[in-house]
Write a protein that binds this ligand. Structure first.
Ligand SMILES: NC(=O)c1ccc[n+]([C@@H]2O[C@H](COP(=O)([O-])OP(=O)(O)OC[C@H]3O[C@@H](n4cnc5c(N)ncnc54)[C@H](O)[C@@H]3O)[C@@H](O)[C@H]2O)c1
Length: 247
């Protein structure tokens, strides 16, 4: 019987899928909130049935998010963990970026995460227990040209995480952010080879991360071992956030 429940947005592929797998291994019943229903059957094959539930949910849609939480509340005893992982990119230099691409990225990455956090906070505050992990990006630091929209959304997630840690600390709810560097997922598969090579070169460890590298840290942040950690940003980026050097 899995009596701990975790909700993960975008849990059907890439980093989210690795987190889903890891949380199942950690004994959670996992609710995957994703827009991509195609992966549901594949996940049942891979992970087995009875360990997770797939709910179609666009995190940028308020009704979807509210109905996700009310369904999970009605079916599960408690909601112990929420991982806000769903995110998109729509890159371009600002003078070529249509406003729609700014709106969309902010709607999903920032407002979507905010709405998920709001619903999570309502439940966890009452439970006097819970953990929230928000997936930001190393890009929040602002060192990628062409990502003004994405960087604004991911920097926003850092601010959101810190304020929520303040607001929810006394209710026994820890809120942290993970900021991944370059990770091998369907999102990054489409990047031109040259860009990938440059990004790897910019990392002190000279390698691309695996989705599992992020899942391991999320698992730790949801465990009792991290009880005294809140409001923090954990960079999991092969050292890229240290910055570049000319020597
Ligand atoms: N891959 C990287 O190098 C990298 C680096 C830094 C940060 N990140 C962040 O990690 C997270 C996951 O990235 P990934 O590489 O696994 O991406 P991905 O594109 O491989 O997977 C994203 C998942 O989110 C889902 N999703 C997209 N929009 C959604 C919405 N509106 N509502 C619900 N689900 C939605 C997709 O269907 C998909 O299953 C994102 O927030 C991304 O910004 C990724």
């Amino acid at each position: 019987m899995r009596n701990k429940t975790a909700i993960i947005s975008g849990g059907a592929q890439g980093i989210g899928k690795a987190i889903t797998k890891r949380l199942i291994e950690d004994g959670y019943f996992v609710v995957i909130a994703d827009i991509n229903l195609e992966n549901e059957k594949l996940l049942v094959k891979e992970l087995g049935s009875g360990k997770f539930l797939f709910i179609k949910c666009d995190i940028s849609n308020q009704e979807d998010v509210e109905s996700l939480f009310s369904k999970v509340k009605s079916e599960r005893e408690s909601i112990n963990a929420v991982v806000n992982n769903a995110g998109i990119i729509k890159d371009n230099v600002i003078w070529k970026m249509p406003k729609e691409d700014m709106d969309k990225v902010i709607d999903v990455n920032l407002k979507g995460t905010w709405m998920m956090c709001k619903e999570a906070a309502k439940v966890m505050r009452k439970q006097n227990n819970g953990r929230i992990v928000n997936i930001s990006s190393r890009a929040w630091l602002g060192n990628n040209r062409g990502q003004s929209n994405y960087t604004a959304s991911k920097a926003g997630i850092i601010g959101l995480t810190r304020v929520l840690a303040l607001e929810l600390g006394k209710y026994n709810v820890n809120v942290n952010a993970v900021a991944p560097g370059l990770i091998d997922t369907p999102l990054t598969k489409n990047l031109p080879k040259k860009v990938i090579e440059k990004l790897i070169e910019a990392q002190p460890t000279k390698k691309i991360g695996k989705p599992k590298d992020i899942a391991n840290v999320v698992s730790f942040l949801l465990s009792d071992e991290s009880d005294f950690i809140t409001g923090q940003i954990i960079h999991v980026d092969g050292g890229r956030s240290i910055g570049s050097t000319i020597f």
